[in-house]
Design a protein around this ligand. Structure first.
Ligand code: ARG
Length: 562
């Protein structure tokens, strides 16, 4: 509809291109101001006339069209009133299709997305929860648009820290404690190493020597390292299971260890490698960035070297149109440097197709989150706490609900995810139990409750037939507002993808839930008259499906009762 109006406007206002007309076109705050409004202030300068005069001229020149009921000027605005029956019919015919919102925009294209990527032997904390939740949602959004997506977990599983861990394990650890306590014990050993190394700096050399052994493929070193990786993965997978998500590849930094020599030669052959205090770097002063470190003075590769290797590997293996990286803002410079080095190696595609997607911090808003030893907050514990809090509420308010555990899991985990995705990702997320679990707030539980309400309405109606709706029964403002929300779904998904911004979907599904609840307050569904009932039921059916699909794009599930 919007495009059709832009067409009509464009014929009367040839000086402004269609894109700008589209940006200027507004949705008025009240229905009596029409469905769309075009402000004429911007034209006053070029046409040298008062805006209200321009508005009334445009209004009378717009040619009649069957989708328009009327066009009027009101002050400086041209107000467009759509033909309601035509509007309702055209939207509902599209929205009632099962694949509403899907598209083939991405057909034949591959997106790589690098997210979650915790650091082995360290706990999976709240920061990693954000990259995991945001990355998973971006994966779902791109898949919905027909892209093929490769989900990559770039585990931090290589580097000198593993030399330190091996030393600490051999000196102060034992097999039984590591088996029993897992990551917790590995973190303890890491702390012990640093305390001891303060007293005895030669431990640092020992650690470097062990990491060097790892790089040379020493059996003993690699065996211990692999064990630490496996232990960590078991714990990470528990968190992924709770979140209900998975990856296509667990190719961590170690996966690229044999490819870094090639990266160094490439950089050297391109004449980009320079020496600085014994280390090898790429000078990026011309691009206003500090140099990108490629080899340390002991000749070992680093995080950035492995990231450069990973880009070449992924480009060759998956031929991506885009490779996305979801990490905290503090890695902005790292990615700018790495992307620039790849570009300077003669890869023009790097500038457009490598994208860093940063996000803000998690602030605890005075909340006491349960911690294990050493005050570390595990993502797993947060999710479990959310589940048990929801279960308490269910036991109190709805003791007869069947499958309480399953419902608590979907709602508890969903609440944490929704809280993470509801604001622009770059903003900090505050963590407040009362707020994020409140079924009357702007929360996951509120949206899931609206879904369950739709299900319950349909159960009460029993049999219905929505194959042949008489749209003339839908006229009230609340129904029209809800239908207009349906209409936005496809463009909302495109917008969320273009901005790498799941909050666009989260805000949208909240709008749909609000509009639905208003519609439900204003309209009885299970009325005597069959034609009216079917028309209203069709809105419940579509709302229910859109909420389910939109939540799925956030990685959140639904429940039939709660
Ligand atoms: N392991 C890193 C961290 O926890 C994130 C890795 C992000 N991905 C990458 N290709 N560098 O900070």
């Amino acid at each position: 509809m919007k495009n059709k109006i832009i067409e009509l406007l464009s014929k009367n206002i040839p000086d402004i291109d269609k894109e700008e007309l589209g940006n200027l076109l507004e949705i008025p705050p009240k229905p009596d101001m029409g469905d769309y409004a075009f402000p004429c202030f911007r034209l006053a300068k070029t046409l040298r006339k008062a805006p209200p005069l321009i508005a009334s001229e445009i209004a009378s020149n717009i040619e009649p069209a069957d989708f328009l009921q009327k066009v009027e000027s009101n002050g400086a605005y041209v107000n467009f009133f759509l033909n309601k029956e035509g509007l309702v019919k055209s939207i509902l015919e599209k929205a009632s299709k099962d694949d509403f919102g899907s598209s083939d925009e991405g057909a034949g294209k591959t997106i790589c997305i690098d997210y979650s990527s915790p650091n082995v032997a360290k706990n999976f904390h709240v920061g990693h929860l954000r990259t995991t939740i945001i990355g998973n949602s971006i994966y779902k959004i791109y898949s919905k648009l027909g892209y093929h997506v490769e989900r990559i977990n770039h585990l931090g599983d290589w580097g000198t820290q593993f030399g330190k861990l091996i030393v600490a394990y051999k000196k102060w650890g034992d097999e039984a404690s590591v088996k029993e306590k897992g990551i917790e014990e590995l973190m303890r050993l890491y702390v012990v190493f640093h305390e001891e190394a303060k007293k005895d700096p030669s431990l640092e050399d020992e650690a470097r020597a062990w990491f060097h052994k790892m790089e040379l493929g020493d059996e003993e070193a690699l065996k211990i390292w692999r064990w630490f990786v496996d232990i960590s993965l078991v714990e990470y997978k528990r968190t992924y299971d709770l979140l209900g998500l998975d990856f296509d590849h667990f190719t961590g930094e170690s996966f690229y260890r044999d490819m870094t020599d090639d990266v160094v030669s490439k950089i050297e052959n391109a004449g980009l490698l320079t020496e600085s205090e014994g280390a090898k770097i790429v000078d990026l002063e011309a691009y206003d960035m500090p140099p990108c470190l490629i080899l340390k003075n002991d000749g070992s590769s680093i995080y950035a070297t492995r990231d450069i290797a990973a880009i070449f590997y992924r480009k060759n293996t998956y031929n991506f149109t885009k490779c996305l990286y979801v990490t905290g803002q503090e890695q902005k410079l790292h990615f700018s440097q790495v992307f620039k080095v790849v570009e300077l190696l003669g890869n023009e595609w790097a500038a457009d197709s490598l994208v860093h997607i940063p996000y803000g911090l998690v602030s605890l808003a005075g909340e006491k989150l349960s911690t294990r030893d050493g005050n570390v907050i595990y993502a797993e514990d947060i999710l479990k706490e959310a589940i048990s809090k929801i279960k308490e509420i269910i036991i109190e308010k709805n003791p007869d609900l069947p499958n309480k555990d399953e419902v608590s899991k979907t709602v508890g985990v969903g609440a944490v995810m929704f809280n993470d995705l509801y604001n622009q990702r770059i903003k900090d997320v505050s963590f407040n139990w009362n707020k994020l679990l409140n079924p009357d707030g702007e929360t996951g539980p509120y949206v899931q409750y609206t879904y369950a309400r739709c299900s319950s309405i349909l159960r009460n109606v029993g049999e219905y037939d929505i194959s042949d709706i008489d749209y003339s029964f839908i006229t009230d403002p609340a129904s029209i507002a809800l239908i207009k929300d349906f209409d936005r779904f496809p463009s909302i998904i495109e917008d969320a993808a273009a901005k790498y911004e799941p909050s666009v979907i989260a805000r949208y599904v909240m709008d749909v839930a609000h509009s639905f609840n208003k519609f439900y307050t204003d309209n009885h569904i299970n009325v005597e008259d069959e034609a009216t009932r079917n028309a209203r039921v069709s809105l419940v059916v579509i709302t229910r499906r859109i909420i389910k699909d939109a939540l799925a794009l956030l990685g959140i599930g639904v429940v039939e009762q709660m």
